[in-house]
Structures are given as structure tokens and as C-alpha cells.
Write a protein that binds this ligand. Structure first.
Ligand SMILES: [Zn+2]
Length: 287
């Protein structure tokens, strides 16, 4: 009995192993293709996902080297910042959280046969969630609660365990339209800015937005286009408003799509200013 049993089991096991290996390779290759920015060797990747009814939002966290600055990108159609942050962490260590939900700007999903849409950068305050949903159409209390829970998942992932000691976000914009000039007197975002510094040698679409005067002064000293968000800026539910209300120093480095080198340059300057301004940042690598 045994002599028959063993030879039959061994090939079966071998075949099973093969199948498992095949499945692993298969799912691995799918995973790699689904990630838009090119990953490099040694990078760690983990994914947390949020389900908004029929929309799945993947929060893909890429890490490399020693802990350093954590970056966050919340718009999936803005990839220049991710590429620049990859370059940054490749040489300096750190983490990047990239929100992936179909290469578009807005969250769009159905709930009980109605469509809902909002900008993911309007879900960080209750007032902003309402404004955000109504801007694109339908509002619903349960959907509003779902978005609030989604914002908490993103915040928790960004700095697990306790209140972050800073927030560093990355955005990209189109040529013309929104830029540093939007914050000047007489323009759209005048009321959102307390102070503006413009280096006329820089592209007006490339800028940094901060919530703390010390960061503004540091970036101004580096001759970088910079906006200090006003304490009275309207509550649009954006992360910068949330951070300001929570007294979390906030930096958004935002450049025109494709300005990758400039994005990296501004990230490097902003990290330097952040560390000089707050030498005791807990999220930092050992000095
Ligand atoms: Zn953005």
C-alpha cells in the first residue's frame, strides 16, 4: 500500500507547488502592471484600500531606505509628484502614499442607484464634504459619513498611531490657470492667502503652500514661490484647512504636470526648511 501511495503523492505535490508558484508569479506581475509609477529595486510596497460602494481606492505606500519624510498624494491624475518623490526617497529614504482610483481627479461612485462625485481634497471636514458633494450633484448623509471614514483611513495611514507632527503633500496642476498669482489681490484665492512671495524667475505654476509663518519665511529665504494660507481661509474640506485647524504644520509642493526636476528641487528645499524649522520631528530619521 505504502509503496503505491508515496509515488502517487509526490508528483501531485510537485504539481501543486508548480501551480502555487505560477499563481504567485501571475498575481505579482498583475500587481506590478497596476502600479503606474515605475518602482525600483529594494522598494517596499503595501496597499490599504477603501471601498466607497462601487469605487475602490487603493492607498499604495511605497517605502525605501531609512525612515525619513512621508509624502502623500491624494489626486490620482497627478503623477509628476510621485515620480519626483520616488527620486527623493531613492537617495534619502522615506515613504510615499499614492492614492490610486482610475487616473482621474474625483471620487465618483454609485450609492442606491444614484451617482455621487467629489474632489478627494474636500473630505477632511464635515462642511467640506457637503460643499464637495453638492458641487457635483447629489448629497446624502450616509455617503457623507462614508467619505468622512475614508478621510480617517487616509490620515491614519499617513501617520499611524498618533497625531502627525507635519503633513507633506504633493500636487500637480495644468499650465496657466491656477498658480501662485491666483492668491494675489483681485484673484480667485485672495481670501485663502495671508502672504505671498513670488520669485519672478520661477514658473508661476510651481509653488509651495504652507500653514505656518515660520515655514513661509524659510521658503521665502530660499527664493521659492510660496503662499502662507490665511487663518480665515474658507473651509473647503481640504487637507490644508484640516491641518491648519488641527495645528499640524502643512506643506504642499505643487508644480505643473511634467515639471519633475523642479518638483524634486522644491521637495528638497521644503524638506530642508521643514527640518530646520522643526528639528524634533518624530517622523524623521536619526539625525
Ligand atoms: Zn492635486
Amino acid at each position: 500500500m505504502k509503496t503505491h501511495f508515496l509515488p502517487r503523492m509526490i508528483p501531485d505535490l510537485a504539481a501543486l507547488k508548480y501551480k502555487l508558484l505560477f499563481l504567485m508569479l501571475f498575481s505579482f506581475s498583475i500587481q506590478v502592471y497596476a502600479q503606474h509609477p515605475p518602482v525600483f529595486e529594494g522598494m517596499t510596497i503595501d496597499t490599504t484600500y477603501i471601498v466607497l460602494n462601487d469605487l475602490r481606492v487603493n492607498l499604495v505606500r511605497y517605502g525605501y531606505g531609512k525612515p525619513n519624510i512621508n509624502f502623500l498624494a491624494i489626486h490620482d491624475d497627478e503623477d509628476t509628484g510621485i515620480k519626483a518623490a520616488f527620486e527623493y526617497i531613492r537617495f534619502n529614504g522615506g515613504k510615499v502614499i499614492d492614492s490610486q482610483y482610475g487616473d482621474v481627479r474625483n471620487f465618483k461612485f454609485n450609492y442606491w442607484e444614484k451617482e455621487y462625485q467629489t474632489d478627494p481634497n474636500s473630505i477632511y471636514t464635515p462642511a467640506g464634504i457637503k460643499i464637495g458633494l453638492e458641487k457635483y450633484g447629489n448629497f446624502n448623509d450616509e455617503v457623507s459619513k462614508q467619505l468622512e471614514r475614508a478621510s480617517k483611513v487616509i490620515l491614519n495611514l499617513y501617520h499611524a498611531h498618533n497625531k502627525p507632527d507635519y503633513m507633506f503633500t504633493l500636487h500637480n496642476n495644468a499650465d496657466g490657470g491656477f498658480g501662485i498669482s491666483s492668491y494675489l489681490k483681485g484673484y480667485d484665492l485672495e481670501s485663502a492667502a495671508d502672504s505671498v512671495y513670488i520669485n519672478s524667475e520661477m514658473d508661476a505654476d510651481d509653488l509651495v503652500l504652507v500653514t505656518e509663518l515660520a515655514l513661509f519665511n524659510g521658503l521665502k529665504a530660499e527664493k521659492v514661490n510660496v503662499v502662507l494660507q490665511s487663518r480665515e481661509a474658507p473651509d473647503d474640506g481640504s487637507l490644508s484647512i484640516y491641518a491648519m485647524h488641527q495645528k499640524i504644520p502643512y506643506i504642499n509642493v505643487e508644480v505643473q504636470h511634467g515639471h519633475q526636476e523642479e518638483h524634486l528641487r522644491l521637495i528638497e528645499i521644503a524638506v530642508k526648511v521643514l527640518k530646520e524649522t522643526y528639528p524634533d520631528l518624530k517622523g524623521n530619521a536619526p539625525k
